[in-house]
Design a protein around this ligand. Structure first.
Ligand code: RFL
Ligand code: PHB
Length: 391
């Protein structure tokens, strides 16, 4: 068993796997430790919206063959307010930038295959239970098949998601936490139903938010705002479809129904820490920040962090410079705060929070009208939605 590497990466999600490829490309060795099985990682249903920057990076890494073929490129998005629709033509408003719909499981499959092909060791079923020596010479302690192992590293990259061990390993006094729980959750489904719209539809309705998304020409991905604490047992398939049809509805629109093959409820929260590093431990992705999914930013932020981290580590190995490593958190935080603000804005624009006709409701409606009336406001939304190029 290998017991030493340059960069030990915890977590084989989008962050860990992208970082491993970026490092390998520059000749830096790493090992990825992942507590789940490969099959589990490749089937976990989550995100679907890839920003232009993410697609560009996957092309640079030479792993976008299937993404370019099977991903669905979008040039605009539909917003609906109680059945009144407007279209934000984001490609036109951002001089050619777009988003691509491609399931996170597909991204993870492509990343795992590329890492294995390039010779990056990914140890599945390897749970890291302790990280020691983060000031100068970190060691990751992990268990695989009931046997304990140690991996000594120059650096540890904590890409182990929101519930991972890396954030807990940072000294508690080296960062400040920002956290916000929203008073609603998302019920998400995947269904064998032809998408009812070529473009995504984000809908405010007096019964609550709904989102129409898709995965392919035959599979729809749809979400409903539900109350915190609600359970999937309260929602049989017919009730889900009926509710989606009402909330997404407008004159002449028919929602295509089909067999639901995946459903789940996710709470909505914003969370982040204002320092993502200590000594030789660096965090990336959900390990350091969570955004509500309304802006489609989580996976994209995870990937954006790894670009900064890879550049900084390569600079350390090639030029013996600490400068970029020292600037890592600050470099990431600018984009993270922008995404936090945009995700919060989208969440409050579309979710039902106040009684129909109340003061807050009127403000919400006015914000929606403003997008229709102002190219400036539509452009602001467009450039945040597709993701700012540099920040
Ligand atoms: P991940 O994907 O959670 O991966 C972390 C990995 O670390 C492993 N792990 C450990 N391994 C070893 N030892 C330990 N002690 C470990 N502890 C954990 C885990 O098993 C896991 O494999 O984090 P990463 O890489 O930072 O990626 C983040 C994204 O997964 C996440 O931000 C997105 O899914 C969020 N998200 C969306 N993001 C988008 O950009 N666009 C979207 O359209 C979008 N929609 C969504 C979403 C998330 C959702 N849910 C379910 C939260 C829609 C939903 C409903
Ligand atoms: C998805 O397709 O899963 C999706 C799309 C847009 C979002 C969130 C999720 O804002």
């Amino acid at each position: 068993m290998i017991d030493r590497t340059q960069v030990g990466i915890i977590g084989a999600g989008p962050a860990g796997l992208t970082l491993a490829l970026l490092l390998k490309k520059q000749g830096v060795n790493c090992i990825v430790l992942e507590n789940q099985s490969r099959a589990y990682c490749e089937s976990r249903v989550r995100a679907g919206l890839l920003e232009q920057n993410t697609v560009d990076l996957f092309n640079e890494l030479g792993i976008a063959g299937r993404l370019n073929k099977e991903g669905l490129k979008h040039e605009g998005v539909i917003f609906s307010f109680n059945g009144e629709r407007i279209r934000v033509p984001f490609e036109e408003l951002t001089h050619g930038r777009s988003i691509t719909i491609y399931g996170q499981q597909e991204v993870v499959k492509d990343l795992i295959a590329a890492n294995i092909e390039k010779g990056v060791p990914i140890l599945f079923g390897a749970e890291v239970y302790n990280i020691k020596g983060i000031e100068t010479s970190p060691v990751a302690f992990y268990q695989q098949d009931g046997i304990e192992h140690q991996l000594s590293c120059d650096f540890v990259a904590g890409c182990d998601g929101f519930h991972g061990i890396s954030r807990q390993t940072l000294p508690a006094d080296c960062y400040k936490t920002y956290s916000k729980e929203y008073p609603f959750s998302w019920l998400g489904i995947l269904a064998h139903a032809e998408p009812s719209s070529d473009e995504l539809i984000y809908a405010y309705h007096e019964r609550g938010f709904a989102l129409h998304s898709l995965r392919s020409e035959k599979v729809s991905r749809l979400y409903l705002q539900v109350e915190n604490g609600d359970t999937i047992d309260n929602w049989n398939d017919e009730k889900i479809w009926d509710e989606l049809a009402v909330r997404l509805g407008t004159k002449g629109f028919t929602l295509n129904r089909g067999k639901i093959f995946e459903k789940g409820i996710t709470p909505m929260r914003s969370y982040m820490i204002d320092n993502m590093q200590y000594g030789r431990l660096f965090l990336a992705g959900d390990a350091a920040h969570i955004v509500p999914p309304t802006g489609g930013k989580g996976l994209n932020l995870a990937v954006a962090d790894t670009r900064f981290l890879a550049e900084a580590l390569v600079d350390w190995y090639k030029n013996e410079s600490d400068d970029q490593l020292d600037a890592y958190s600050a470099n990431c935080l600018r984009r993270i705060w922008r995404a936090q603000d945009f995700s919060n804005f989208m969440t409050y624009l579309f979710h039902k929070q106040a009684e129909h006709g109340s003061f807050e409701y009127q403000l919400q409606k006015s914000r929606f009208d403003y997008i229709r009336l102002s190219v400036a406001q539509a452009t602001t939304i467009a450039e945040n939605y597709v993701g700012l190029k540099a920040i």
